[in-house]
Design a protein around this ligand. Sequence first.
Ligand code: NAD
Length: 412
Amino acid sequence: MSFNGTAAYQLKRAIKLLNLNDETAKALLEPRRSLEVTFSVRMDDGSVRVFKGYRVQHTDVMGPAKGGIRFHPNVDLSEVKALATLMSIKCSVIGLPYGGGKGGVTVNTKELSEGELERLSRGYVRAIAQFVSSDKDIPAPDMYTNAQIMAWMVDEFSTLKQCNDFGFITGKPLSIGGSVGRNAATARGGFFVTRAACEKEGISLQKARIAVHGFGNVGGNAARIFAAEGSKVVAIADSKTAIYDAQGIDVELAHEIKAKTGTLEDYPKGQKMAPEELFQCDCDILIPASLEEVLTKDNAHLVKAKLIAELANGPTTPEADKILAEKGVTILPDILTNAGGVTVSYFEWIQNRMGYYWTAEEVEEKLEKLMYKAYEDIYKFKQENNCPDYRLAAFAIATERIVQAMRARGWI
Ligand code: NAD
């Protein structure tokens, strides 16, 4: 992803709809702060390797910046800026008191031992420590970072500051201030948004046939939640295979097989297909939960679903968006539908600051309220402003909130 790509394109559509002037557009399109760091890590063989890292705060007008840390060979400043911008929009869509942030290190973690990964994580925190804190900018996991890496990072940060500051980072293990409900939060939040949209669109979730592309944290949990709520999951896919069964997939059996063998290939029933064939299967609700840009101009016209709930980040290209809109397919956009993860991260930060921890039921109830309100606000904005799609409505409502805060503070 690059800063001038899809993120800027969608934001510019919102800027145009809201009729914002050039100076306001500039304040929105340029991140407020970008930090580029170079730091060295001692490798197991005694040599030293030098890494590049980044942290970008798109805005902090409504509160501290919030967003993940990505460890990936393709990470560069342009990508981190784009992802930070999308985080501002996502936080604002839900009404969280945050701006958007993002960080990353250009690294292939598959080449590192566990000790090297720990020293890299601690080195990155030392390099960005002045830029982040629970009041300024709160990181979290993203691609190729996880709860263990967050634990090393909070330990390093607390050592530097000479006091525990668990609220400095979210996505931590439960034993050091993580929140219950975080693992399934993205899928559960997506379920709440989809259920609200089905009510409005006259789709019965009980009768709906669901296809889920991706069977990791998000897709695996989504299949489980939709099945538990009474929908029929008819198709699932991981990176090696897709399975279609009009009678319904046994989601728990699929989880068992995936956990045991690492793939869905040994699932004994239904019909096997290539993973990308799932997009054209007979279903009512399609859930992309794998990679970005999987729905393109080449396959959008084959989609049979009435509703697409984007749980992955950026699964639909702008060209595919247009084709799907012409076909009358409703798209629930990623910045709303997969915001359950950052919402429970927000709950984790609140619990850290209070030093008082909620039960799974309390977390779920609070998540449901925020996701439902966010959907209702966007639906209302879409109707009142004659927006052609939910994505534009979500970007516009989020942008309008950020602009209101900028005006209130005298920034524009
Ligand atoms: P994950 O690594 O746990 O799972 C990814 C899944 O996608 C795996 O099952 C993998 O087999 C599958 N996959 C990979 N390539 C595929 C292909 N070509 N065809 C079919 N399946 C393929 O990742 P995740 O955390 O579940 O994230 C999935 C998506 O959701 C990503 O776009 C991520 O950015 C987004 N997301 C995740 C969270 C979260 O809380 N984990 C929050 C917001 C957005």
